[in-house]
Design a protein around this ligand. Structure first.
Ligand SMILES: *[C@@H]1O[C@H](CO)[C@@H](O)[C@H](O)[C@H]1NC(C)=O
Ligand SMILES: *[C@@H]1O[C@H](CO)[C@@H](O)[C@H](O)[C@H]1NC(C)=O
Ligand SMILES: *[C@@H]1O[C@H](CO)[C@@H](O)[C@H](O)[C@H]1NC(C)=O
Ligand SMILES: *[C@@H]1O[C@H](CO)[C@@H](O)[C@H](O)[C@H]1NC(C)=O
Ligand SMILES: *[C@@H]1O[C@H](CO)[C@@H](O)[C@H](O)[C@H]1NC(C)=O
Ligand SMILES: *[C@@H]1O[C@H](CO)[C@@H](O)[C@H](O)[C@H]1NC(C)=O
Ligand SMILES: *[C@@H]1O[C@H](CO)[C@@H](O)[C@H](O)[C@H]1NC(C)=O
Ligand SMILES: *[C@@H]1O[C@H](CO)[C@@H](O)[C@H](O)[C@H]1NC(C)=O
Ligand SMILES: *[C@@H]1O[C@H](CO)[C@@H](O)[C@H](O)[C@H]1NC(C)=O
Length: 795
């Protein structure tokens, strides 16, 4: 204890002597100039400094960093203007008389401000914990604090909230905002997101695992904090303790430019940081690491390596995140292409299709028949005893690991002489390190020599870090007894594209071929530039803001189920809001019912598939989505007559928490399919979809439309009634179970049916349309009954 006190005093004396012209607090009228490099604000304990930080030649950011004894190798923990560096001449940070803290570029324009104002005197203080605080001198009310606006680092005690996110730097040398983000998503879970040029996807927690299995999704307070001892806790029930839990001098949690989050610690000032925890043990499993069409592999010496696939070449030498591009064109003729095999290589996501228990031949045929298939993943699973087939339209998130038991088969033109080996492109320092060069008036830097030294310096640091990290990494993996060989491979598209309006205009041929209407917009057929056939829904001009639209679209885009229509992307430009879906060959259930193309088996399977899709939306899905407009027009059929629910998510998304306070202000839905709750203004729950589903099933069974009046013949009399009433009456009057079912079944449909199945289907449908919502079954009960008709049959 005494030693600690002594060393603290020594440390204080040391730092005070190191920073002669610095202060820990400043009042109105105070100003920092970019030209006085030793003019910094220092925290009382000397640990942190705030001032202008050089980010490139003649480019500076106002930042907070860990003080270093020799002022070298500083670690920045916060920046005011990462994306707008200021000129190295005449830029200032000043605390104006109004109480506004303003960063001015080259004495010309403001690039950043706290936008605060106070009638009384205010004070700018850098606290011992690294928090830069602007507060009123009298009363001490806090006007602004840097802890509320994190950049890429969270310091002990600093909370990540629902409104904040950590964003990585672009690269080692470019400190502007990069591709990776740590934040609480709408599901109240802390996620890591890769947000690339055109693709975005979540990669932590592992996307193929059900997030809600080990995270708590219901605490909407959304707070996460690392304490000084190294205990991290988050309201989604995610906790960890650093490997060096206990008192150390300094800690920080940072999202690095490589997309990993790490906790760094050090025991003494001026020492190198060591990693005491990291989120992803396998750096190659971080999405976007090597860009498209390339493979990431772990390398014990250099960390990770990227390789282009054979036939592909590096797209942008100066920025490897662009990945690789094809040097060939694939012909649509299957005779002109062949497949080349690469073992232990996995590409995650972007599957065109997914077939369980597929033979190699079937899988190859599937891919060679599709023009836009660029290869397929074929992996044998020991647990199931059969192999799964995943044809790919895009090759993203590729990595090679001996632990992955599967292979990629790459489609290449026949007779091509591409290498059989994966060519590695190692990060080339002279390529990747691009200093920011700011050309904004004033004298340009005359420090060419210094820049070269800076470049070398960054290279050296990079090598040291990579080696350090890989040593720690291998230590961590060994100590985990290789238990983390988690190679789940699931059907996830885990991301979708942003399209430009002109691209979609071209794809739809100027919005010429209309294929449907309703649900807030018109749907057009489109051929995308990669030859995929799509349905583009052009939403009616909405008042919805862009961020709101993006928020909703990102949720819809993440929903993945066999019986939900697959969304490929969206477009938001000016007033245009468009959604891009997979095109469904067989149109809607409504059209198919009209043309009587569906036999009884197909009808049963459609009812079951639709129930599965709805059960997913209602119960398994993170956001508990109500569809609110289930009708035959919104159930689409793919080439195999597999039903796909469309237009989900267009209704207001509802959270499980506030399920009882109906906050639907306007009635949604379609006459004939609407539950009584809408009419009587009762709370809206998932049971409204159950009701609509029941009506759709009755329509499929009887071939009668719910909105039309039906002539009900009672002996000699005839009267009008609704479909539901009519079916109920048949049931109550029927002498045996079999006869009432036979009576309601659409007589125009030829072919045999399984009476047990039809009976269960009819009974389920009638249960669904009960007036009292609590009597209706829920969707998963319906799925259970339809899957086991013999078990629930009454005779
Ligand atoms: C201050 O206001 C400007 C203009 O409204 C805004 O762009 C900026 O983000 C605000 N700064 C902060 C720290 O909120
Ligand atoms: C949510 O988290 C906060 C902070 O940890 C806690 O106070 C609150 O009780 C939690 N709420 C629920 C519903 O668990
Ligand atoms: C870590 O933090 C959590 C939540 O605040 C707490 O429950 C737990 O006891 C802490 N662990 C230790 C070792 O302090
Ligand atoms: C700081 O940078 C210099 C090179 O400029 C390097 O030699 C030294 O090892 C670095 N120190 C630490 C603690 O990383
Ligand atoms: C390559 O990357 C650099 C740096 O990001 C960028 O300035 C340049 O436009 C890119 N070139 C191409 C052809 O995309
Ligand atoms: C592909 O080859 C087969 C057998 O050689 C032939 O029958 C078929 O017509 C060829 N297909 C095309 C599109 O050339
Ligand atoms: C996989 O397919 C084969 C051949 O079609 C079949 O014999 C086998 O039972 C299937 N296995 C499973 C688990 O479905
Ligand atoms: C790195 O880039 C330089 C300049 O383009 C080139 O001369 C050198 O061969 C490259 N090194 C590697 C290992 O690719
Ligand atoms: C740094 O990254 C930003 C984008 O994040 C980019 O606009 C800028 O050109 C990059 N600077 C250099 C020198 O590559």
């Amino acid at each position: 204890m005494e030693f600690m006190a002594f060393s603290t005093v020594l440390f204080l004396l040391l730092t005070l002597s190191l920073f002669p012209c610095s202060s820990s607090s400043s009042t109105k009228g105070f100003s920092l100039s970019v030209e006085e490099t030793d003019h910094v604000i220092v925290s009382p304990n000397g640990m942190f400094s705030a001032g202008f930080h050089k980010v490139g030649e003649n480019a500076f950011c106002f930042a907070i960093w860990f003080s270093e004894p020799h002022g070298q190798n500083t670690t920045v923990v916060w920046m005011a203007n990462p994306d707008y560096p200021v000129n190295g001449k005449r830029s200032t940070l000043s605390l104006q008389g109004s109480g506004n803290l303003v960063l001015t570029d080259a004495n010309q324009f403001n690039v950043w401000a706290t936008n605060t104002s106070s009638p009384t005197s205010v004070k700018l203080v850098l606290n011992n914990d690294g928090n830069l605080v602007l507060h009123e001198v009298h009363g001490g009310a806090i006007l602004w604090q840097s802890f509320n606006y994190p950049t890429n680092t969270l310091l002990p005690g600093q909370t990540l909230t629902r409104d904040t996110a950590l964003v990585s730097s672009r690269s080692e040398s470019n400190l502007s905002s990069g591709f990776y983000k740590l934040f609480f998503d709408k599901d109240n879970v802390l996620h890591l997101l890769y947000d690339g040029f055109t693709i975005s996807s979540f990669y932590w927690p592992d996307p193929w695992k059900l997030v809600w299995a080990d995270r708590f999704t219901y605490n909407a307070s959304r707070l996460a904090v690392l304490d000084v001892l190294g205990n991290f806790s988050s309201t989604d029930n995610y906790h960890f303790m650093t490997s060096d839990y206990g008192a150390v001098l300094q800690r920080r949690l940072s999202i690095d430019y490589d997309g990993n989050i790490r906790v760094y610690s050090r025991k003494h000032m001026g020492e190198k940081w060591y990693v005491s925890w990291q989120a992803k043990q396998q750096p190659c499993k971080i999405h976007g690491t090597c860009g498209p069409n390339s493979i990431c592999s772990n390398d014990p010496y250099s960390g990770r390596k990227c390789s282009c696939l054979p036939g592909y070449k590096v797209k942008n030498e100066s920025d490897l995140s662009y990945g690789c591009e094809a040097e060939f064109r694939l012909s649509c003729n299957k005779n002109e292409s062949h497949f080349r095999y690469f073992n232990h290589v996995e590409f995650f996501g972007y599957d065109f299709h997914y077939t369980q228990n597929s033979s190699y031949k079937q899988c190859e045929d599937l891919c060679s028949q599709l023009c836009d298939c660029v290869g397929f993943q074929y992996s044998f699973k020991k647990e199931t005893g059969y192999a799964d087939c995943f044809p790919k339209t895009m090759l993203l998130n590729g990595y090679r690991s001996p632990a992955f038991e599967g292979a990629i088969y790459l489609k290449l033109p026949k007779g091509s002489s591409f290498s059989h080996h994966l060519e590695e492109y190692v990060r080339n320092c002279s390529h990747t390190v691009n200093p920011i060069f700011l050309e904004r008036g004033y004298v340009k830097g005359h420090e060419k020599m210094l820049v070269k030294v800076f470049l070398w310096f960054v290279c050296v640091i990079a090598v040291i870090e990579v080696v350090g990290i890989s040593i720690i990494w291998s230590y961590l993996t060994i100590s985990k007894k290789k238990s983390s060989i988690d190679q789940g491979y699931g059907l996830t598209t885990s991301g979708f594209r942003k399209f430009s309006y002109s691209e979609l205009k071209k794809a739809t041929n100027g919005f010429s071929q209309e294929i449907g209407r309703g649900g807030g917009g018109i749907v057009y057929k489109a051929i995308l530039s990669d030859h995929r056939v799509a349905a583009v829904k052009r939403l009616n001009e909405a008042n919805q803001g862009e961020s709101e639209f993006l928020a909703e679209v990102s949720i819809i885009g993440r929903l993945n189920h066999m019986n939900l229509i697959e969304m490929w992307g969206y477009c938001t430009e000016g007033k245009h809001r468009l959604l891009v879906y997979k095109y469904m060959e067989n149109g809607s259930l409504a059209e198919n019912l009209l043309s009587e193309t569906l036999d009884w088996k197909k009808r049963y399977d459609i009812a079951l598939g639709t129930a599965k899709g709805l059960a997913y939306l209602h119960e398994e899905c993170l956001e508990w989505i109500l569809h609110c407009d289930i009708k035959p027009q919104n159930i689409l059929l793919d080439f195999n007559f597999e039903p796909k629910i469309a237009d989900f998510g267009l209704s207001k998304l509802q959270n499980r928490n506030n399920i009882n306070n109906a906050n639907f202000s306007t009635i949604r839905g379609t006459r004939g399919y609407m539950a009584p709750e809408w009419i009587f203004n009762l709370p809206i729950t998932s049971k409204v979809d159950v009701y609509s589903y029941g009506i759709v099933v009755l329509e499929m069974i009887t071939g009668k439309s719910p909105s039309m009046n039906i002539d009900i013949a009672e002996g000699a009399e005839t009267h009008h009634g609704r479909l539901v009433t009519w079916v109920r009456e048949r049931k109550s009057k029927g002498s045996t179970m079999a006869s009432w079912v036979e009576e309601i079944i659409d007589p125009t449909i030829e072919g045999n049916y399984d009476l047990n199945k039809m009976e269960i289907l009819s009974r389920v449908a009638l249960d669904c349309v009960e007036e009292e919502k609590d009597v209706r079954p829920n969707m998963s009960q319906i799925v259970e009954m339809l899957q086991n008709p013999e078990k629930y049959c009454q005779h």
